[in-house]
Design a protein around this ligand. Structure first.
Ligand code: ADP
Length: 400
């Protein structure tokens, strides 16, 4: 019977899951994926096989998925009807690994306690990520669980990249630039090494442009800089987050607008970015289809910032050899890619219009100084790979 790995990505109102089978060559292959969305409001279970065939689509009674823990038992019960063997392991996406976790780790009570100390660094996400881990540890202590961090891939940064110009004591308390989307960047680095090994050994910027957006500078496949910092608020404008924002604006909102921490947090995570700027939507598809000048302003600003941050990251790399677009916008919006390339022509980025319209994977024109790729990301597969690796070599899971 094939081994199976469940990958969980738990948010405040959704549990995304994907089931991998360990196939020939000890490689994980996706069998199906799904989610429970609307937890605590209007829960709904949806799942699809890898072939695209729908496997489940039903609205759940509220009491069955009133919170993450009850929703998790619905996922488990549904999995039991689909699987003919028990799970071999669970891999979890965990947003924060702090300064210490530089790689995925097998979770026991001690590791969980350490991860709980990081909740203040990511109060909106870390508690949701840890809830299913705690639940499985209590109910199924023998089931191996692996935590995979969004921050770990960036722990190859030099100290200068991770510092803010604030007193030393705050650095020691963990007020640092961590960077996020690390599982996505790690996956892209591994794909680029297969698609274009020469470029993968060089200086590459990866733009993860989804509902959250960030960019990462890779040298020889390792992260040297990221546009996201202490939290996932920094850097590029996103669907509903502003990206880079003068700290003085935050002080002004606190003082002159009478906002408190809670209202400010809501504002920064939900009311800014493309949605705030356009006043229309956070969805790039709607903005591209709109004739409203505010939609154009929001998209122009987005493209301007992607181009500007490219210069910032190229300076960290001391040069640039290639560029990769990934995630919802990066993979699906040729107009945005073209607009970015137009602004980066001075740096040697020229696209082949047909390849760009077709989605690549290689979209740079012959003779373009930069090689430019579109590579679909797969954070869940990255988690499944890590989970399998630690299952095979459990003793190497510990970190500093
Ligand atoms: P998540 O972070 O939720 O995984 P995704 O990587 O799926 O996000 O990206 C979601 C975003 O991608 C959407 O908000 C939308 O703006 C954008 N997107 C998806 N498909 C397209 C498309 N065909 N054209 C332009 N933008 C798209």
């Amino acid at each position: 019977m094939a081994e199976t790995i469940l990958v969980l990505n738990t948010g405040s109102s959704s549990i995304k899951f994907e089931l991998f089978e360990v196939g020939a060559g000890d490689l994980p292959t996706s069998r199906f994926a799904g989610q429970i969305e609307g937890i605590g409001v209007r829960p709904r279970l949806v799942a699809r096989a890898r072939s695209g065939e729908p496997l489940a689509d039903r609205v759940l009674p509220l009491e069955q998925a009133a919170d993450v823990e009850t929703a998790l038992s619905v996922v488990e019960a549904w999995l039991e009807t689909e699987l003919d063997a028990p799970l071999s392991a669970v891999g979890h996406r965990v947003v924060h690994g702090g300064p210490a976790f530089v790689a995925p780790v097998r979770v026991d009570e001690g590791v969980l306690a350490t991860l709980e100390t990081l909740v203040p660094l990511a109060p909106l996400h870390q508690p949701n990520n840890l809830a299913p881990i705690r639940d499985f540890l209590r109910r199924r202590p023998d089931l191996p669980q692996i935590a995979c961090f969004d921050t770990a891939f960036h722990r190859t940064h030099g100290e200068l990249a991770d510092r803010f110009a604030i007193p030393e004591v705050l650095w020691e308390e963990g007020i640092r630039r961590y960077g996020f989307h690390g599982l996505s960047y790690e996956y892209i680095a591994s794909r680029l090494a297969e698609l274009d090994p020469e470029l993968a050994r060089g200086r590459v910027i990866v733009a993860h442009l989804g509902s959250g957006c960030s960019m990462c500078a890779l040298r020889d496949g390792r992260s040297v800089e990221s546009t996201m910092g202490f939290t996932a608020l920094d850097g590029l404008p996103m669907g509903t987050r502003p990206g880079q924002l003068d700290a003085g604006v935050v002080l002004h909102l606190l003082r002159a607008k009478g906002m408190d921490a809670a209202s400010l947090e809501w504002f920064l995570y939900h009311e800014c970015g493309l949605k705030g700027l356009s006043g229309i939507s956070n969805d790039v598809r709607l903005l591209l289809a709109s004739s409203d000048p505010r939609a154009k302003l929001a998209l122009d600003f987005f493209v301007y910032k992607v181009a500007q941050m490219t210069g910032w990251l190229a300076a960290a790399l001391e040069g640039l050899d290639g560029f990769v677009f990934t995630a919802g916008i990066g993979e699906n919006a040729p107009t945005i890619r073209e607009a970015v390339a137009h602004r980066l022509a001075w740096l040697g980025m020229r696209l082949d219009p047909r390849a760009n319209a077709a989605g690549g994977p290689l979209i740079s024109a012959p003779g373009s100084r930069l090689r430019v790729w579109v590579i679909p990301t797969d954070e869940e597969l990255m988690i499944a790979r890590h989970t399998l690796a630690l299952l095979r070599r459990p003793q190497t899971g510990a970190v500093a």
